[in-house]
Write a protein that binds this ligand. Structure first.
Ligand code: HEC
Ligand code: HEC
Ligand code: HEC
Ligand code: HEC
Ligand code: HEC
Ligand code: HEC
Ligand code: HEC
Length: 512
């Protein structure tokens, strides 16, 4: 049985026509544009080699003990890879970067317009190249992990996805690198055309929930963040909870620091709990500018002074230095982030958590069974004990993402008939769902319906030709059907995308 390898993927929202792009704002808001362009947010993605930041290539050559692979990144962003055990070697161009470099950078490479994450990343705080977060346990060189929509939605603006595919994009894949003005202010074409008279959102003038929604788009994840079964895309000025919900454990602040946990942490602070809506991200951060290092202490000190009398603590000027210490995050190696829980003193590790845990909406809003079920399903995929709860809550759901979660759960429970029926339903509603197609193909194959299975796998490969599970299955079916030449072509193609795929290499060797 093939594991349900691929999660449901959400269609990537394309750039909208009523957006003008940040450059269009520069003529009238020149000072804001200039300041903002220097922030990490504005520079959070782009074409490699562009922009002011440059990686050090001094440690561009490194080995990965887990896989036995050797990598070298050259100053022209050519990634060379080799693994002695398989004899595989080759190169890829790192075409786009994700991350300004304040903490580090990940990279994207492409084959035929399909975008993939690179197995190597740059870690600024140690000035070293190493395997990317999430690649530490790879046993081979993994080049075909598709770029996730969520990644680009937080780090880039005005995306250009190709409809009907999982990870094919136009050139360039996004019209603007980093977080554009309109991600916080909403589409501004009318405002621009009318010389500033057309409406535009000012987050500071929104009610607290709508204001906080603007930053929470990208700075809040929680234990599970799920897309709701609504169509449409969040726009500044709306409530984010209409489109996506983040869940946290009730009454149990997560002791871990994660990259996107600023909201969770700040909400745990005494400052926030005692000041309510008055305190928000904008209380301490100018969204358009970062203080220069020399002004950092004075700048953040002045932010604390909005609420704290100087006499409250005479231990020094650097308030944040003591009360917002920098800690390691659990989800990225070699990186530290500021603790937004603003503790009185350095924390002792939290006591072990025991007993029953319950997920609740971060915003404390009432939630529908379907949304809570989706959150438990996310948690169930990484730890045991929550599957039954997810199943119970999702049973009546009928949208494609929920049906995909249900199909995965039935598959794990070994209830193939139910999983199969769900895959059929999913594909009737959305023929582009490659994960459902691959798994339905497997069920069909096992039931002697090889021709249908092969058609499903061929179709999945048009959505993303690097889906090794589909190519290997297809090749095996082709071999069984006596079509050795077709099988060989399938495998050669699969190896273009994932050259170190052991099964594909073995099958091809046996054919030749
Ligand atoms: C042709 C000049 C012009 C361009 C181009 C322009 N603006 Fe403005 N903008 C203005 C003027 C003038 C005001 C002040 C309007 C007022 O105060 O009523 C303004 C006000 C604003 C405000 C404050 C609104 C409020 O209610 O407080 C924001 C936010 C804003 N602009 C964002 C943008 C963004 C984002 C862009 C680019 C998409 C942009 N502007 C492009 C002229 C322009
Ligand atoms: C579209 C996604 C997005 C939105 C919306 C967003 N951020 Fe960010 N923010 C990011 C990303 C991505 C980074 C990391 C940038 C990097 O270094 O690559 C970041 C970094 C930051 C930083 C660190 C300094 C910097 O500029 O890199 C601050 C502070 C920050 N954001 C505050 C805010 C505040 C306040 C809001 C709401 C007013 C907000 N952000 C809205 C995505 C977003
Ligand atoms: C929910 C929004 C979100 C998603 C999804 C997301 N990121 Fe981020 N990422 C952020 C924010 C916000 C920061 C900045 C965190 C901070 O500075 O504390 C960040 C930081 C980073 C950094 C360090 C940037 C720096 O400051 O130098 C890298 C690299 C990065 N992300 C890569 C990725 C990649 C690759 C993916 C997809 C696999 C991804 N991120 C998915 C929001 C997101
Ligand atoms: C990360 C979110 C974010 C981004 C990106 C962003 N802004 Fe803003 N902007 C805000 C917030 C929040 C405020 C309200 C600040 C306040 O008054 O506390 C604001 C206020 C403004 C205002 C009106 C108040 C003022 O300071 O004059 C203008 C004009 C403006 N932004 C223009 C821009 C332009 C132009 C860009 C792109 C170059 C941009 N903003 C990018 C969040 C953002
Ligand atoms: C919007 C107002 C506001 C801002 C801004 C603010 N605080 Fe607070 N903070 C509070 C309030 C209110 C309390 C609770 C005071 C009490 O309980 O007597 C508090 C409590 C604290 C505490 C005690 C925490 C505890 O667990 O008992 C510390 C430490 C603290 N703040 C530090 C800071 C620092 C450092 C900054 C700046 C980086 C800051 N605060 C910014 C409002 C704020
Ligand atoms: C009480 C003040 C305060 C508030 C409120 C606050 N921050 Fe921060 N933030 C800081 C300080 C201080 C730093 C460290 C800056 C530095 O070291 O240069 C920081 C750093 C950051 C960074 C850079 C990466 C990191 O973790 O070091 C991001 C991103 C960020 N804040 C996002 C947010 C978001 C999003 C919110 C709202 C949920 C928020 N902050 C609210 C004070 C605050
Ligand atoms: C050298 C580290 C250091 C610096 C710098 C520092 N603090 Fe503190 N702060 C502490 C310690 C330690 C405590 C006491 C913790 C305890 O006893 O529980 C404390 C206590 C506090 C409290 C709680 C006071 C009470 O009686 O409840 C507040 C509020 C606070 N600090 C705010 C600030 C502000 C604002 C600044 C900047 C002007 C600042 N601190 C600078 C270390 C520091």
């Amino acid at each position: 049985m093939l594991p349900w390898a691929l999660l449901f993927f959400a269609a990537t929202p394309a750039a909208v026509l009523d957006e003008a792009g940040s450059r269009a704002c520069a003529s009238c808001h020149a000072e804001i544009y200039r300041k903002y362009s220097a922030t990490g947010m504005a520079r959070s993605s782009g074409k490699t080699g562009s922009g002011a930041y440059t990686e050090s290539f001094e440690h561009g050559r490194f080995g990965d003990p887990a896989s036995g692979a050797g990598y070298r990144v050259r100053a022209d962003y050519l990634l060379e890879f080799a693994r002695a055990a398989s004899g595989v070697q080759g190169e890829r161009k790192l075409e786009y970067f994700i991350g300004s470099g304040a903490a580090g950078r990940s990279y994207l490479h492409s084959v035929d317009g399909f975008l993939f994450q690179a197995p190597v990343s740059y870690y600024s705080q140690t000035a070293k190249w190493d395997v990317s977060p999430g690649y530490q346990r790879q046993r081979s060189i993994h080049l075909s992990r598709p770029i996730e929509t969520a990644c680009l939605l937080c780090h880039a603006s005005r995306l250009q996805p190709v409809a009907g595919t999982q990870n094919r994009f136009g050139t360039p894949p996004f019209l603007e690198g980093g977080v554009s003005c309109e991600r916080c202010h909403g589409p501004g074409k009318q405002h621009v055309l009318k010389g500033g008279a057309g409406s535009i959102v000012n987050p500071a003038k929104l009610d607290a929930a709508r204001r906080d929604s603007v930053c929470a788009q990208c700075h809040l994840t929680g234990e599970a963040r799920i897309a709701r079964a609504t169509s449409g895309v969040y726009r500044p000025g709306e409530l984010l909870s209409g489109y996506s919900l983040s869940f946290v454990w009730e009454g149990r602040p997560s002791p871990d620091m994660k990259v996107t946990s600023h909201f969770e942490k700040l909400w745990q602070s005494r400052c926030k709990q005692a000041s309510g809506d008055r305190l928000w991200c904008g209380s301490c951060h100018d969204p358009h500018a970062q203080p220069a290092p020399a002004q950092r202490v004075a700048y953040y000190g002045s932010r604390c002074a909005q609420c704290h009398d100087a006499a409250v603590c005479r231990r020094g000027e650097d308030c944040a230095g003591c009360h917002m210490p920098k800690n390691r995050v659990v989800d990225v190696e070699h990186t530290v982030y500021t603790d937004h829980a603003i503790p009185r003193a350095a924390r002792s590790p939290d006591a072990a958590l025991s007993g029953e845990r319950r997920l609740v909406s971060f915003w404390k809003t009432p939630v529908e069974d379907r949304d809570l079920g989706m959150a438990y399903a996310v948690v169930a995929a990484r730890e045991s004990g929550f599957q039954d709860r997810a199943l119970e809550l999702l049973r009546k759901a009928d949208d494609v993402p929920a049906l995909s979660q249900l199909a995965q759960i039935y598959d794990r429970l070994g209830d193939e008939e139910k999983a199969m029926a769900l895959c059929e339903r999913i594909l009737r509603a959305e023929p582009t769902q490659a994960a459902a197609a691959i798994n339905l193909g497997t069920y069909r194959m096992q039931r002697g319906r090889a021709r249908e299975a092969m058609r499903l796998w061929e179709d999945a490969l048009t959505r993303n030709p690097a889906l090794s599970a589909a190519s290997v299955n297809l090749a095996v079916a082709q071999i069984r059907a006596g079509a050795a030449a077709a099988a060989s072509a399938t495998l050669v193609k699969a190896l273009e995308y994932e050259p170190d795929h052991e099964m594909a290499r073995r099958l091809l060797k046996d054919l030749n």
